[in-house]
Design a protein around this ligand. Structure first.
Ligand SMILES: NC(=O)c1ccc[n+]([C@@H]2O[C@H](COP(=O)([O-])OP(=O)(O)OC[C@H]3O[C@@H](n4cnc5c(N)ncnc54)[C@H](O)[C@@H]3O)[C@@H](O)[C@H]2O)c1
Length: 378
């Protein structure tokens, strides 16, 4: 159901069609299923909607917010892009926390978004649901239109009718595309996307700016830089490398290892998001020269990265050290649509929140490998 895509259909058409589609047993109503009723925790403060809650970052964020006593509604359509058992396991942990309500729903269906906003009545919305991945975008570009552009559009439209105090949207460092001006600064032009994933994320940034301008919905968009850590994504290099090194299989190293990434540990990402939630953009209230605050909208773009790029081969060495095994290296040419280097300027994040990611890659990788071994009994 999730990739009907809505093309040529209006909201009502889509909902009517979705009602005719056979649904798996876990769905209570078309495209929309309640997992459990909200049980407010003793320190409940805000109603927060987290999209992509069965995903890597959404899961960590929802867990952190719940532990702070917030009421969290999590939406995820459980896209089978990678191991669904991992998504199920993440959501099961969230469901065990008081204050969580899970919805299995496709944001590309606009009725779903309206109902979720109506029922959750969120003060804060953190939109992390997306089709991620640079390489998958080469084979399945259409999914990026539905899950990134259409779904984000539906959310923006829903919030136009029922505004939130602050909408925070995930974007990506790959939005900087072919830019070679290092480190990447939010105010630099990002006009050279190299794949449909980056292009779709840039489109969501631009749609968000337009909605912030027109309807005064305050929005912060963050560009994440290669996030890694426990409960991570099986399609990402750190995960694949670890799995293969532990199994004694060769790993593909692109561009013959001549790559650098600003690897960012997931706890640092979550800390940054949590601190940005109360930092609602207001026109005219800048924090200095690094601020990307729009002159015409309550909209700001913020990098969340470690600020220290690491050579890919050093990252592999950190995995080898944590795994206690040497990698068999299969040197490969550059992948189409990929970039050789990313590096975040985090001046703005620090100015807004007083926080700068600092987890050393060896510590972060060790935590990931320990989690991997336990989860997969490897
Ligand atoms: N992990 C990274 O390194 C990284 C880097 C840059 C940007 N990002 C962005 O951060 C966000 C979270 O990424 P992640 O690593 O947690 O990815 P993820 O794939 O683990 O999580 C995304 C979740 O969104 C859900 N989803 C996808 N389409 C949906 C739809 N139409 N309706 C409802 N749910 C849908 C998926 O099922 C998935 O569980 C994404 O927007 C991604 O583009 C991630």
């Amino acid at each position: 159901m999730q990739f009907l895509g809505n093309y040529g259909l209006n909201c009502n058409d889509f909902f009517r069609i979705s009602q005719q589609i056979a649904l798996p047993p876990w769905t209570g109503s078309p495209g929309f299923a309640h997992y459990r009723a909200i049980t407010p925790g003793p320190h409940a403060r805000m109603q927060i909607l987290v999209t992509g809650s069965a995903g890597f970052i959404g899961f960590h964020l929802a867990r952190r917010l719940l532990r702070e006593g917030h009421l969290v509604t999590g939406i995820d359509s459980f896209v089978p892009y990678y191991d669904l058992r991992l998504k199920e396991a993440r959501h099961a942990l969230l469901e065990a926390e008081p204050g969580f309500r899970g919805l299995r729903a496709d944001l590309a269906a606009c009725k779903v978004v309206d109902r979720a906003l109506e029922e959750a009545a969120p003060e804060i919305v953190v939109h992390l649901a997306a089709q991620a991945g640079v390489r998958y975008a080469l084979e399945h570009p259409e999914t990026y239109i539905a899950s990134n552009i259409q779904a984000t559009f539906n959310l923006l439209e829903g919030l136009r009718r029922r505004p939130a105090r602050h909408l925070l949207i995930a974007s990506t460092s790959s939005a900087f595309g072919a830019s070679e001006a290092m480190p990447f600064r939010e105010r630099d032009a990002a006009a050279t996307p190299l794949n449909i994933y980056s292009a779709s994320k840039l489109a969501t940034e631009h749609m968000a700016h337009a909605y912030a301008h027109l309807w005064k919905q305050p929005i912060t968009a963050f560009r994440f830089f290669t996030v890694y850590g426990p409960w991570g994504r099986p399609d990402m290099a750190f995960f694949k490398f670890t799995a293969k090194i532990l199994r004694g299989e060769p790993i593909d190293i692109y561009n013959h290892g001549r790559m650098e990434r600003d690897f960012t540990y997931v706890d640092d990402i979550i800390e940054a998001i949590a601190r940005l939630i109360p930092v609602v953009p207001e026109p005219g209230r800048t924090v200095g020269a690094s601020d990307s605050l729009s002159p015409v909208a309550p909209y700001r773009l913020v990098n969340i990265g470690n600020g220290r790029p690491v050579q890919l081969l050093d990252f592999v060495a950190a995995i080898e050290a944590a795994a206690g095994k040497k990698a068999i290296r299969n040197m490969m040419p550059m992948q189409p649509g990929d970039v050789t280097r990313t590096w975040a300027d985090t001046t703005l994040l620090q100015a807004l929140t007083g926080f700068a990611p600092s987890t050393d890659v060896r510590d972060g990788v060790a935590a990931f490998v320990a989690w991997y071994r336990e989860f997969y009994r490897a």
